[in-house]
Ligand binder design. Structure first.
Ligand SMILES: CC(C)(COP(=O)(O)OP(=O)(O)OC[C@H]1O[C@@H](n2cnc3c(N)ncnc32)[C@H](O)[C@@H]1OP(=O)(O)O)[C@@H](O)C(=O)NCCC(=O)NCCS
Length: 147
């Protein structure tokens, strides 16, 4: 297990975060999207840092009981080391402290690793959102967790 530090995301983290984002996703978030999350009072945004380098991140929103994990990724070289688990558990802990008891997210239908990942944390599939994604066009699987 790698000893990473999980902490708040700051504007100075954005270049490394966007770099990972662009290697992984076909429709990556922009610098502005991450900056908006950092400035959003109803957002939880965390990074995983190893030797001063950002190797993972997560963003989630909470508005009333509408809690949504928006984005989660780990640099491909550091996967299967428990980093996404640490990031997500930190988010779930903060949501719980804010009184939230339900959280949901979308994943691409073809993203089997993410589905397995969320299932291990107790998320279950609750719905399919038809043609939600582009590049390529694909259904979203909606997963939810009661905390
Ligand atoms: C999904 C993702 C975030 C998982 O990150 P990670 O740090 O490798 O996850 P963890 O090491 O915490 O994995 C915890 C468990 O999830 C499951 N899991 C994770 N990746 C898996 C894979 N590729 N295949 C099968 N199960 C997997 C396993 O049960 C794993 O436990 P184990 O390693 O003891 O078997 C990472 O693969 C990623 O960044 N993918 C691209 C971006 C993405 O799909 N984000 C989610 C949608 S927004």
């Amino acid at each position: 297990m790698i000893e990473v530090t999980i902490r708040q995301m700051y504007p100075t983290d954005i270049p490394e975060v966007v770099n990972i984002e662009r290697t992984i996703f076909t429709t990556p978030w922009s610098e502005t999207s991450f900056l908006q999350e950092i400035n959003n009072l109803y957002s939880i945004k965390k990074v995983a840092v190893l030797n001063n380098t950002t190797i993972g991140y997560v963003c989630a929103n909470h508005i009333l009981n509408e809690n949504h994990i928006l984005n989660l990724a780990v640099h491909p070289e550091f996967r299967r080391c428990g980093i996404a688990t640490k990031l997500t558990k930190e988010v779930l802990k903060e949501l719980k402290e804010k009184g939230c008891d339900f959280v949901y997210l979308e994943v691409r239908g073809s993203n089997l690793s993410a589905k397995k990942f969320y299932e291990k944390l107790g998320f279950v599939i609750v719905a399919i959102r038809k043609d939600y994604y582009t590049l390529p066009r694909e259904d979203a699987i909606i997963m939810a967790l009661e905390m």
